[in-house]
Write a protein that binds this ligand. Structure first.
Ligand code: ANZ
Ligand code: ZN
Length: 823
């Protein structure tokens, strides 16, 4: 060890050494428990990593190193989610093939992650674009297909005119494409869907079994959107015209409001409109339907949007009162939800209220807070007491509603129903850069699975992969690839030309890391059995629904297929906070506010960057990058170095005193306890703070009467605790100054602490006799009640005040007071 701290030298030296000893290879010692810690599958962008990304990768690296030291076999892998729109768009904009740009970006990400010394086992690296990987993505597609969970359907789809592809519902945000931000339109196309709705209920209830942030669970619950209600049928009046369908079915969560129905409203796409609409209304209804089709669901549902609609000219009958009810068409009713029709209750539903006011429809109050009539100039949406509801009047919304629903069911007019907001997952994309959907369309046999033995269906290497406006994938242009024969009947047939959305690739990658080179299946069963599920999964909170829901869905499908023995992929989920640029905005190249790990490492070193990333604020919190604060961390590392230098180069052996050494040791045990507990709870910032504080303490003790053995222990402990955070300086101190040459600090264990050593601290306990303060005594913090009572009874002053009286009881307020009651 030299006197000056030169991080550049240390980095060069230890990077080489660690590579030589293959430090980060995944442990396989069968005697040890396993721990699988995984980062979200990153998409390597052309911009490379910023220090913002380090807020994900540094903490998980620290946690992985910590678990290794605690005696776990740790699986901590990294790979690349490199298929998909963003990668393809980048390539198009730069006029380079996406294969080349993704390879370049993957390499750059890896280089940067190695620069900050992430402890990944790089021997397990893969990219979702490797044929050896997407072969199994395709295999999973076929698993879903064979289990009837992948199907084709024609429907009106969201279409992004800039990206020229279909988008899933969840990729349309406020009516705009999630990637390029342009307004989406509608296109009728035949598409592939995964039947995620079949798993809606399990996806919902199993949320209770996993350790995820409550906010993410809530977002998934809302996204799934389970609604328990009743389907109520309204018979259509047939005077004057022939109506084939006898009734309109509506979905309601408020059967208690049935007597307040004053109109029905159908979604503009409702198939019954054509049959019920009166001759005189055909033209206006037709025009209205046409206009509504061009709007996005989001806009149609917006609370502040003016409610519009048209009267169909037809009527239905109230199932209980028999009254005539006008049937309207209104765009605030969605076709894809419930039954696409609502019973309008203006007095108790605010959308119906606005609608009724606008069109002068009747408003009938049927629920009130206390059973009184309050009139209808306001909308009362809460449950309450039913009024104006015949025999149900006077009952509570809940009870009366339930009875009403039961009576309707008995009469065959309604039934309990559960609906979900979640839709099936649209998986096909009319784009080049994705895993081809492994299906062959045969004019005789229909869509046929490509046989397993012919997987992967390789993505052809195209020079012209630009998307087109006609809704067809660029692959459709490659005739020699498209034309093939049917695997079932051998007749000429054509390949599916759509590719899978990138979210398919990330729905199972966590399984691949268990055995990334396995050829016989997506994973080797014993390796999967050992490593999965993922113990801790870490990434940004913005992935609350799509990826995290899709991965759970695929896992459940695999479980049902008997491929894996668990049905939730990620036991614990943690979301790191966002690191904003100094200007308070998200770091982005276009804003010119990006700080790269490269520049910080060049100036301050990897250890300093890592320490600062951890120290900057609570793991979950949003923070702002302040480069000036790097100085504090630089100083901390330098002072640690200097202290070790000073202590280890002392020539004289000192005599310690028992009291000083006791306290010296106590501080050390307390540090171990603090850092251990902080690491367990991802409180990395306070762990760094505890180490800083301890370093100050050690400086204060430089002249104390503490023997060199105690000092050695203190420095070793400090170094071991620091090593997951600042791996370079810790290794140098450990091997070169503390005499462990040849044994990496990263393979040394974790120090333990002794509770009793920590609690040798004392508190002052007040002693009362019959409620009067008589004495005080120093007792160890956390002393047990029997010991404390004994201590108190031994006091001379207590005995004097008791004066031979008999003790009836002793009241103890732990850590504060003892009251001896005697008569
Ligand atoms: C009558 C009623 C009276 C309603 C009342 C509410 C309050 P959630 O809880 O989100 O599931 N609804 C049903 N189908 C619809 C559709 N396709 N498009 C738009 N709205 C629809 O909402 C259920 C309620 O949303 C249903 O209960 C229905 O209005 C409306 F005082 O029925 B309700
Ligand atoms: Zn065929």
């Amino acid at each position: 060890m030299s006197e000056v701290y030169d991080f550049k030298k240390l980095e060069e030296k230890w990077r080489t050494y660690w590579r030589e000893i293959d430090l980060y290879r995944t442990g396989s010692d069968e005697a040890k428990p396993k721990y699988y810690i995984l980062d979200f599958f990153p998409y390597p962008s052309g911009d490379g990593l910023s220090v913002g990304h380090c807020r994900n990768y540094v903490p998980t690296c620290v946690a992985a190193r910590y678990k290794r030291k605690r005696g776990f076999n740790v699986l901590h892998p990294m790979g690349w989610d490199a298929f998909g729109l963003p990668a393809e768009n980048y390539a198009i904009n730069h006029g380079v093939h996406p294969r080349i740009t993704t390879e370049r970006h993957n390499r750059n990400y890896r280089r940067q992650m190695q620069l900050i010394e992430c402890s990944y086992d790089w021997s397990r690296e893969f990219s979702s674009t490797d044929p050896g990987y997407y072969r199994w993505t395709q295999w999973f597609f076929l698993l879903l297909f064979k289990r009837d969970l992948a199907y084709r359907d024609t429907g009106s789809q969201w279409w992004c005119p800039i990206d020229k592809t279909i988008l899933a519902n969840e990729q349309v945000i406020n009516g705009r494409c999630w990637r390029c931000g342009s307004l989406v339109t509608r296109k009728d196309l035949e598409q592939w869907y995964f039947k995620i709705t079949e798993y809606a209920d399990r996806l919902l209830t199993d949320l209770d079994t996993i350790e995820w942030p409550e906010s993410i669970k809530t977002m998934q619950r809302n996204w799934i959107g389970r609604s328990d209600g009743v389907e109520i049928a309204f018979e259509i009046e047939s005077d004057g015209q022939a109506v084939e369908a006898r009734s309109i079915s509506t979905f309601t969560t408020r059967p208690d409001t049935l007597f307040g129905v004053t109109f029905l409203a159908l979604a503009p796409e409702h198939p019954l409109i054509e049959q019920v609409v009166a001759e005189a209304q055909k033209e206006v209804v037709g025009a209205y339907v046409e206009r509504a089709r061009r709007m996005t669901e989001i806009d149609r549902l917006a609370a502040d949007k003016e409610k519009t609609g048209v009267f169909s000219g037809a009527y239905a009958r109230h199932p209980l009162s028999g009254e005539r009810i006008p049937i309207w068409v209104a765009d605030y009713v969605l076709m894809g939800y419930g039954s696409g029709a609502v019973m309008g209750v203006p007095a108790h539903d605010s959308r119906d209220f606005a609608f009724a006011q606008k069109y002068g429809l009747e408003i009938v109050e049927v629920v009130s807070p206390d059973g009184q009539d309050y009139g209808v100039d306001r909308c009362y949406v809460e449950p309450g007491i039913m009024i104006n509801s015949g025999e149900y009047s006077g009952q509570s919304s809940r009870k009366g509603g339930e009875r009403l629903a039961a009576d309707l069911a008995e009469a065959g007019l309604g039934q309990k129903q559960i609906t979900y907001k979640m839709r099936d997952w649209l998986i096909s994309r009319q784009r080049y850069w994705g895993a081809p959907i492994p299906i062959i369309h045969c004019p005789e046999c229909g869509p046929v699975a490509v046989p397993d033995s012919e997987l992967p269906v390789r993505l052809p290497d195209l020079d012209d992969f630009a998307p087109t406006d006609d809704g067809r994938s660029p692959l459709a242009r490659v005739e020699e690839w498209v034309n093939t024969t049917c695997p079932e009947c051998g007749r000429p047939a054509q390949r599916e030309t759509d590719t899978m959305d990138g979210f398919a690739c990330s729905s199972w990658y966590f399984l691949r890391f268990a055995s990334p080179h396995y050829q016989e299946g997506p994973f080797e069963p014993t390796a999967m059995d050992y490593w999965l599920p993922v113990d801790t999964y870490v990434g940004g909170a913005e992935h609350a629904v799509m990826h995290l829901l899709y991965a759970r869905f695929w896992t459940k499908v695999m479980f049902d297929a008997g491929l894996i023995p668990f049905d939730e992929p990620f036991c614990e989920l943690r979301n790191q906070g966002v690191l904003h640029a100094a200007d308070g905005q998200r770091m982005s190249k276009s804003k010119g506010n990006v700080v790269t790990p490269d520049e910080v490492v060049a100036e301050h070193g990897t250890d300093a960057l890592r320490t600062y990333i951890l120290f900057i604020g609570p793991f979950e919190g949003d923070v702002i990058w302040d480069g000036a604060n790097m100085k504090g961390v630089d100083r901390f590392l330098e002072r640690a170095w200097k202290l070790v230098w000073e202590v280890t180069s002392r020539s004289e052996e000192r005599e310690g005193t028992a009291a000083d050494e006791d306290e010296f040791r106590r501080q050390m045990h307390r540090l171990v306890q603090e850092v251990t507990e902080d690491f367990e709870r991802y409180k990395f910032n306070t762990a760094v703070a505890a180490l800083m504080k301890y370093l100050n303490y050690l400086y204060e003790q430089l002249d104390a009467a503490v023997g060199q053995d105690f000092w050695r222990q203190a420095l070793e402990t400090f170094t071991l605790l620091l090593s997951p955070i600042a791996p370079f300086i810790a290794e140098e101190i450990w091997q070169e100054a503390l005499g462990h040459k040849g044994d990496s600090v990263h393979e040394a264990g974790w120090p333990t602490y002794d509770e009793r050593r920590i609690i040798s601290q004392t508190v002052t306990i007040m002693i009362q006799v019959n409620g009067k303060l008589r004495d005080r005594v120093e007792a160890p913090v956390g002393i047990g009640e029997p010991e404390l009572k004994r201590l108190v009874m031994d006091r001379e002053k207590v005995q004097r005040h008791l004066n031979g009286k008999k003790v009836r009881k002793t009241i103890v307020v732990p850590g504060r007071l003892v009251n001896v009651v005697a008569v």
